[in-house]
Ligand binder design. Structure first.
Ligand code: MRU
Length: 335
C-alpha cells in the first residue's frame, strides 16, 4: 500500500517573519470541506482557538499552549503568571496543555524581552520536532503489536491532526500500514463533534488507507460480526495506574472490545501521563456546550455533554508510548 503522508498539513506550527513569531494552525472546524490555515500573533486568540476546537487533540494543544506563551512574550509581556494560568486552563482534561505551558514558564523565568521571546521560539520549535519524533516512535512500538491483515477500529481523532504531525493512534496505523499489515480502519463517527467522521476518515483517506466510517452505535455489531482485530485510541490524560481519559465513548468501546476478546491499545506520549494522579477518579472531565448535542434547543430538554470519559486500566491491553508498549501495571512500575 502506497502511503501519502505528505498530503497531510502540519496542524500547528510557530513560524516567524520580520515582525516576530506567528502561530499557524489548521482550523479543524472546517474540515473535511476546507483545509484552511489560520494565523495569529495574539496569545488570547490561541486560547479561543483551543476552546472552540479549531485546534484540538492533546499533543497539539500542548504545543499551542507553549506557542501562546511565545506570542505573549513577543507582543505583551505583562503578568506572566496570569497569562500562563489563562492559557493552561483553556481546556481542563488534556494534561499536555498544562505540560506545554509549564515547559514555557520554566524556560522563560529569569529572562525577559527579546531574549525571552527567542528562548520560547526555540523551545516551541524543539517541541514540534520532538512531537513528530515521539509519534514515529509510538508508531514503531505499536506496529509490533499489529498482526498482518488487521482490521483496526479507532475512536475520535488521534491522528496527525491531533498532533503536530503523524499522530499517536493513527501513527501506529501508519507504521503498521507501511509494513503492509493494515487491511482496513473503521472510524467511529464520534458524536457529538464528529472528530471520527470529519477528521479521522478524511485523514486516512488522504493518506490512502482503506477506511470505513461507522456510527458510534455500530461498533458492537461490527465486533460481533468478527470484523475488528484490534482497537487503538489516543488519550488526553493517563493516571499512574493506567486509567486513561479519552474522547467520550472510548470507555464503551473498551468494554465492547473486552467482551469480544479484542485487544484494546491506548497510544500516547509520556507527556500525557499525569504522574501526580494515582488513578482516573481525579481527572477533571470537561463539560461542553449543549448546542454540540442539540443545535436547536427543545423546551424542557436538558443536555449532558461531557467531552471525555475514563477507561479503567483493566480494559487496556497495552499503553503504547515512545519508550515502548506497557501493560498498565508495567507503566506504573516504570513511573
Ligand atoms: O476534544 P478533542 O477533539 O480535543 O479530543 C481529542 C481526543 O480525545 C484525542 O483522542 C486525544 O486528545 C488524543 S490525540 C493524539
Amino acid at each position: 500500500m502506497e502511503l501519502h503522508l505528505d498530503r497531510l498539513p502540519r496542524s500547528v506550527e510557530l513560524v516567524r517573519d520580520g515582525e516576530g513569531p506567528l502561530f499557524r494552525y489548521v482550523d479543524e472546524r472546517l474540515l473535511p470541506h476546507e483545509v484552511s490555515i489560520s494565523e495569529t500573533r495574539d496569545w488570547q486568540s490561541v486560547i479561543e482557538a483551543i476552546k472552540c476546537l479549531a485546534v484540538r487533540g492533546a499533543p497539539a494543544i500542548g504545543i499551542a499552549g507553549a506557542a501562546a506563551m511565545a506570542l505573549w512574550s513577543a507582543y505583551d509581556g505583562k503578568d506572566v503568571e496570569q497569562a500562563a494560568a489563562e492559557i493552561a486552563s483553556a481546556r481542563p482534561t488534556a494534561v499536555n496543555l498544562r505540560w506545554g505551558v509549564n515547559r514555557a514558564l520554566e524556560k522563560s523565568s529569569g529572562i525577559e524581552g527579546d531574549a525571552q521571546t527567542e528562548m520560547l521560539y526555540t523551545l516551541v520549535k524543539l517541541m514540534e520536532a520532538e512531537d513528530e519524533e515521539t509519534n514515529r516512535a509510538i508508531g514503531r512500538n505499536g506496529s509490533a503489536l499489529i498482526d498482518p491483515g488487521s482490521r483496526i477500529l479507532t475512536h475520535c481523532n488521534a491522528g496527525s491532526l491531533a498532533t503536530c504531525y503523524f499522530g499517536t493512534a493513527l501513527g501506529v496505523v501508519y507504521s503498521a500500514a507501511a509494513e503492509g499489515k493494515v487491511e482496513r480502519v473503521y472510524a467511529d463517527e464520534t458524536r457529538p463533534v464528529g472528530q471520527g467522521a470529519r477528521l479521522t476518515a478524511w485523514e486516512l483517506a488522504q493518506v490512502g488507507i482503506p477506511v470505513t466510517l461507522i456510527c458510534d452505535n455500530m461498533a458492537a455489531s461490527l465486533m460481533a460480526a468478527g470484523n475488528v482485530d484490534a482497537v487503538i485510541v489516543g488519550a488526553d490524560r493517563i493516571a499512574r495506574n493506567g486509567d486513561a481519559a479519552n474522547k467520550i465513548g472510548t470507555y464503551g468501546v473498551a468494554i465492547l472490545a473486552k467482551e469480544h476478546g479484542i485487544p484494546f491499545y491506548v497510544a500516547a506520549p509520556f507527556s500525557t501521563v499525569d504522574a501526580q494522579l494515582a488513578d482516573g477518579s481525579g481527572i477533571v472531565i470537561e463539560q461542553r456546550p449543549a448546542q454540540e448535542v442539540l443545535p436547536e434547543p427543545i423546551d424542557g430538554v436538558d443536555v449532558w455533554n461531557p467531552a471525555f470519559d475514563v477507561t479503567p486500566a483493566r480494559y487496556i491491553t497495552k499503553i503504547v508510548t515512545e519508550k515502548g508498549a506497557f501493560s498498565p501495571e508495567e507503566l506504573e512500575a516504570r513511573l
